[in-house]
Design a protein around this ligand. Structure first.
Ligand code: ATP
Ligand code: MG
Length: 363
């Protein structure tokens, strides 16, 4: 079987450190390992419109922001096909056919969708049908490319389960092996599965606005780190590690070498945790260390982004060419699907000959 990697991000804002630890870092690793036949990254603008229909300018403006973030972390257009979802016309067609294979109760049982509905207040004002069905359109995004490897954060697992169900149902119903089942590649480190927001919310998310962005300048970064919500306590009291956002960030991001560089009193995170739990170590010190770690990782990325910002025309060309390639791949899968369903009327003479034969027998 071929290894085809696909991931997508919604252009609803710049990418943040939750994306970095949850998915982007894994993509860079997969790219370096080179164990794939094709690698697609999609900017999911159509999905972004499912909950931003009144704000298309936001979506339009963030397409390049997301693309700059990709390139600045080292994702390489020579190895990866970058494409824009709304320009791949086979996807909504595939979605339409998949909709017949999913029941409404099954669709709405999705725990990620449920929490997103509550977060956006759709439970009070009514949910757009397009938002309710986005997991089905996401199944089209994945299956159009026959992708089997999906490097994503934990919130995407219910989407991939839904996709696998659609694949099985389609292949069984139409007696075919056209569609391919996918699996998530989750981050190695559990703290990265779903990074919390700086406000302590369970998930850092562009739509909540509790993010540290990859491109945040040092002064902004400093302010955001200092604003991270922690439990107030007296200095001598023992610190609590559990659900402590500072320590979750450190677990997701810091390496032993960061201690050698910025906090030589400790050899590694484990030692710091032990000292913190004993008491006497204030959150200010932890925040200072976290800031240094973030600066260490993201300064080169931020600097590369500034250079890339002078190459916008070339970057748009990369997206345009990648989208053409993606269209060819998705059109081929759609044709195979239509053949399996018996609705490829004009792709050759089979339908014509069969119908002529049928009606000639009736005379
Ligand atoms: P939005 O609020 O618009 O949904 P988002 O911040 O959730 O934006 P997405 O574009 O929906 O970002 O997600 C892109 C990818 O990043 C997905 O693979 C998702 O699992 C991962 N991801 C997003 N937020 C986090 C997070 N806080 N921790 C780990 N992974 C994350
Ligand atoms: Mg999201």
């Amino acid at each position: 079987m071929k290894n085809i990697i696909l991931t997508a991000d919604r252009p609803t804002g710049k990418l943040h450190i939750g994306h970095y630890v949850g998915s982007l870092r894994e993509r860079v690793k997969l790219q370096q390992e080179g164990n794939f036949d094709k690698f697609f990254i999609m900017i999911a603008d159509a999905q972004a419109l499912t909950d931003n229909s009144g704000n298309p300018q936001k979506v339009r403006d963030n397409v390049l922001e997301v693309m700059l973030d990709y390139l600045s972390i080292g994702l390489d257009p020579k190895k990866i096909t970058f494409c824009i979802q709304s320009q791949i016309t086979a996807l909504p067609e595939m979605t339409e056919f998949f909709m017949n294979l999913v029941t409404l109760p099954r669709l709405l049982r999705n725990p990620t969708v449920k929490s997103e509905v509550a977060m956006r207040g759709f439970d009070k004002v009514g949910m757009p049908v397009g938002f309710a069905t986005y997991p089905i359109s996401q199944a089209a995004d994945i299956t159009a490319f026959k992708a089997n490897i999906i490097p994503v954060g934990e919130d995407q697992e219910p989407m991939l389960e839904q996709t696998r169900e659609i694949v099985r149902s389609f292949n069984r119903t139409y007696n075919t092996d056209t569609l391919v089942e996918c699996k998530a590649v989750l981050p190695e480190n559990e703290a990265s599965f779903r990074l919390p927001g700086t406000d302590g919310n369970a998930k850092m998310s562009k739509s909540i606005g509790n993010c540290i962005y990859l491109s945040d300048e040092p002064d902004v970064l400093k302010k955001k780190v200092n604003s991270i919500v922690t439990t107030p306590r007296k200095l001598e009291e023992p610190g609590v590690i559990e659900n402590n956002v500072l320590f979750i960030y450190l677990k997701a991001l810091c390496k032993d070498e960061h201690f050698a560089k910025y906090y030589p009193e400790f050899a590694n995170l484990n030692e710091l945790e032990v000292a913190y739990q004993k008491g006497g170590l204030g959150d200010g010190k932890i925040k200072q260390f976290l800031y240094n770690v973030l600066m260490d990782i993201f300064t080169p990325i931020r600097e590369r982004r500034k250079v890339l910002q002078t190459q916008i025309a070339e970057i748009i060309e990369i997206l345009k060419q990648g989208t053409e390639v993606a269209n060819q791949t998705a059109n081929q899968t759609l044709l195979e699907m239509k053949q399996a369903m018996g609705i490829d009327y004009f792709s050759d003479d089979t339908f014509k000959n069969e119908q002529i034969e049928k009606f000639s027998n009736k005379q």
